[in-house]
Design a protein around this ligand. Structure first.
Ligand code: HEC
Ligand code: HEC
Ligand code: HEC
Ligand code: HEC
Length: 176
């Protein structure tokens, strides 16, 4: 049998296999494993209903039928609706060199969440009386703006930043 001597080899192999094996299982690692690099996101998530979703279950906290949405990775010892319930299991993509390569990160499990990920749980069987409105709910779940601000990343479709030096003209996007 083949022995994998290094993580880079394992990751490269996983990346090569991923398209052929869409069901390839990656490990769930929990929010603490993201904190070192995404401190703002983890902090915002901890204050969010998702982090506390298990607490809402009260005496039903052990019911598997409730945990599927309120703590889907409970069997791995992870509480609430974790990062990875939306972003995909992070065992392979959390390595820094993978994270810096968006294509590789996606090949080994990173998901850029869209409405589809939300509807797995925010479906007709959830107690909400209102239909799920993606733009609104996404905004209510914001845990990325602080990080974007630090990194100077602009939201998609936003107006170009205005710099004082440029006399209020939009900054040149190529200047990065
Ligand atoms: C060792 C540091 C590190 C760890 C640990 C880490 N990340 Fe990242 N992550 C990064 C870096 C660096 C980027 C790229 C940021 C940029 O665009 O410059 C990134 C990007 C991302 C992105 C945006 C990807 C894209 O292309 O749009 C998401 C989502 C993300 N990380 C989620 C996570 C989650 C969830 C975890 C934990 C399971 C995690 N990260 C762990 C460093 C890390
Ligand atoms: C299909 C996924 C799903 C299942 C299964 C599920 N829930 Fe929920 N639950 C949700 C969602 C999504 C919300 C948030 C709804 C909203 O406010 O938009 C929620 C909200 C709640 C709330 C309200 C939380 C608050 O503080 O407002 C309680 C209480 C609750 N669920 C209990 C349960 C119990 C008990 C079970 C098992 C019998 C269960 N849920 C099963 C998805 C689910
Ligand atoms: C309920 C689903 C959900 C959960 C839980 C969640 N995220 Fe996110 N995350 C999103 C969505 C949606 C976006 C915005 C994606 C977009 O539209 O660009 C996002 C954006 C991000 C970004 C910015 C990505 C970028 O393009 O730069 C990072 C970093 C991130 N999340 C990390 C985390 C971490 C770390 C956790 C856990 C502490 C977490 N997320 C939990 C859904 C989720
Ligand atoms: C694994 C299941 C799951 C997924 C996936 C999920 N949620 Fe949730 N969400 C919940 C549960 C459960 C609650 C109720 C938490 C509680 O107990 O208060 C909730 C609550 C919320 C709330 C606060 C209550 C409300 O309805 O206003 C928002 C906002 C929200 N989710 C947005 C999102 C968005 C946006 C996505 C997709 C990017 C998403 N969720 C994906 C399970 C999920």
């Amino acid at each position: 049998m083949i022995r994998l001597r290094s993580l880079p080899v394992a990751v490269a192999l996983a990346a090569a296999l991923a398209p052929a094996l869409p069901a390839l299982a990656f490990d769930y690692v929990g929010a603490a494993a993201c904190e070192e690099c995404h401190a703002e996101a983890v902090e915002a998530w901890r204050r969010s209903p998702h982090a506390r979703a298990e607490v809402s279950l009260g005496e039903k906290a052990k019911e598997p039928a409730c945990l599927t949405c309120h703590a889907p990775q409970k069997k791995k010892g992870l509480e609430g609706v974790t990062c990875e319930a939306c972003h995909g299991p992070g065992g392979a993509y959390k390595a820094e060199f993978v994270m810096k390569d968006p294509e590789l990160a996606r090949a080994v499990g990173l998901v850029e969440p869209t409405e589809k990920q939300c509807l797995v749980c925010h479906d007709a069987s959830s107690p909400s009386l209102e239909p799920f409105r993606w733009a609104e709910k996404r905004a209510a779940d914001d845990h990325w703006s602080a990080e974007w601000k630090r990194r100077g990343k602009q939201p998609k479709g936003a107006a170009a930043p205005r710099s004082a030096e440029a006399g209020g003209k939009p900054a040149c996007p190529a200047a990065g």
